[in-house]
Ligand binder design. Structure first.
Ligand code: UDX
Length: 484
């Protein structure tokens, strides 16, 4: 066929059905649409229902004629929490129930939004959904994985077989010293401790299903033609060069949310409706509250989309924040507190103190919050999206990792990038109070300078000729060449 009449590639994107990955993959979808590629995004029915309820995502994508959204069941009952300790059940169900339907979608030709029946030429799927690569190989479609967790944790996953072989795993936290340094994750020998390993390493059980699942990550990820990562060379260069020994073809194109904004700003087209892929109702009143606060005076507190707190932990955070004397904006997600009726247990004096210096919402427009001049620090669970968003916004962090990659991320934030303080494994009001004051008052200048410097690197990598800008161009070029 003549090159000029050849239709654009048709790429199918399949995110992990969680807030962070959904956010990143919609940004990626839009970046590919802007590059003239037809895109079908497949989301679970559960995610689709929430997108329709809380966002204008369809309005936004109506501007791209080659875009369509398709749904697939995740196999779980409607009232399943899909968070907290039930999180792994989602993976099991996706693998068992979703795989055959995923294959059907691919073999039955996706209908593009432009109205013509066109088969999928290329798949971009979350790398933790290994069945997508099985299906891609069975039907002969090239696949590239996306990992929305951090590269530093992915590198630890890649090294798990080595850690086991060398006897560094398993260890029994009850008996052993948690501060012992890990020797078999190249490049991290001087700072990565047992307590910083992904949370499932604490189980002391090599037969655990999570250990089994994550220990094959190196093998699994190298099956795809490449790996897209939400990071940038200037942040993660050392880890990326280690990872390339196993997966040579990496596409670090982060911070994804800002790369999209940068690309859109160069378009002459009419402005698009605001973009949001939030799975909860955003409460924008916090923006007005922030407007009334002085420069860099507020600590923003959020633990992402999966973490749950016990009522004891909630109370420790509450007292710690109030006692710190620092104004705080706190996201308490409706489903994030284990135990009912916690609201009625908040004492009157605590409520009163909160009214004076705190503001609580169920879900915030986080990217906008972090970009607000009043924000001076972020008390975060260190989900990878939150971490990257904070780095781009130049906001130093207090790390309270909840699980999985977050434990590795918090160590990198504090020890490698020097962008904050790690509060891992502690949750008492006096530590919280002290750490908030340390970040926001005592060591404010040091952390703000470092965060500003890193944010500058992040901005530069998105400019024409910058590392993430060029890696995206290479990805688009490779999609064209791999399908032909
Ligand atoms: C999950 C895993 O928990 C994490 O370890 C992994 O790195 C990515 O997937 P999640 O809890 O969803 O993370 O956290 P995160 O990756 O930080 O993503 C949360 C997203 O929700 C961010 O993009 C953030 O901007 C958004 N958010 C969060 C809001 O828009 N409003 C809020 O109030 C809170």
């Amino acid at each position: 066929m003549d090159q000029t009449t050849k239709p654009p590639p048709h790429v199918l994107i399949f995110p992990l059905p969680l807030q962070g990955p959904v956010n990143s993959m919609f940004k990626l979808a839009e970046l590919l649409c802007l590059a003239g590629i037809d895109v079908t995004v497949v989301v679970t029915e559960h995610i689709h229902g929430r997108l329709l309820r809380y966002t204008n995502i369809q309005d936004r994508f109506n501007h791209y004629p080659g875009f369509q959204l398709k749904t697939i069941p995740d196999g779980l009952p409607a009232d399943h929490p899909r968070s907290g300790d039930k999180f792994m059940e989602l993976f099991d169900s996706l693998k068992a129930k979703t795989k055959p339907i995923f294959k059907d979608i691919l073999t039955s030709d996706c209908l593009t939004a432009a109205g013509s029946r066109r088969p999928v030429d290329f798949i971009i799927a979350d790398g933790s959904l290994g069945f997508t690569c099985d299906v891609a190989n069975e039907i002969g479609i090239p696949i590239v994985y996306v990992r929305t967790i951090s590269p530093c944790c992915l590198w630890v996953f890649f090294c798990l077989p080595k850690l086991i072989e060398a006897g560094e795993l398993p260890f029994k936290p009850a008996e052993d010293d948690w501060d012992v340094l890990i020797k078999n994750v190249p490049g991290t020998e001087n700072f990565l401790r047992r307590r910083d390993l992904p949370s499932f390493c604490r189980l002391g059980d090599l037969d655990d299903e999570q250990v089994q699942f994550y220990k094959s990550e190196g093998e699994e990820n190298s099956r795809a033609r490449g790996l897209i990562l939400n990071t940038f060379e200037e942040l993660d260069g050392h880890v990326l060069s280690q990872m390339r020994t196993i997966c040579p073809n990496l596409y670090p194109i982060g911070p994804l949310h800002e790369l999209l904004k940068a690309k859109l700003s160069t378009q002459k087209a009419t402005p698009l409706p605001a973009s949001s892929s939030s799975l909860w109702q955003e409460d924008r009143t916090c923006m007005t509250w922030l407007d009334s606060k002085p420069l860099k005076s507020v600590v923003y507190v959020s633990f992402g989309s999966i973490a749950t707190l016990t009522t004891d932990q909630l109370m420790e955070f509450w007292h710690g924040l109030v006692n710190s004397g620092i104004p705080f904006l706190w996201v308490i997600r409706p489903d994030s507190i284990a135990g009912k009726d916690w609201e009625s247990n908040i004492a009157a004096d605590l409520r009163e103190a909160t009214k004076q210096r705190g503001y609580i919402v169920g879900w915030a427009p986080q990217e906008e919050v972090l970009a607000h001049p009043a924000i001076g620090g972020f008390l975060t669970h260190n989900g990878w999206n939150s971490t990257v968003e904070s780095i781009y916004a130049g906001v130093p962090m207090i790390c309270w990792p909840y699980f999985l990659d977050q434990l590795v991320n918090s160590r990198f934030v504090s020890e490698v990038w020097k962008l904050g303080l790690d509060m891992k494994d502690t949750c008492d009001r006096s530590t919280i109070e002290k750490t908030v004051r340390d970040l926001m008052v005592v060591r404010k200048q040091e952390f703000t300078e470092r965060a500003t410097e890193m944010a500058e690197f992040a901005r530069n990598c998105l400019k024409e000729g910058g590392s993430s800008y060029c890696n995206l161009e290479r990805l688009v070029k490779d999609i064209h060449s791999m399908m032909s």
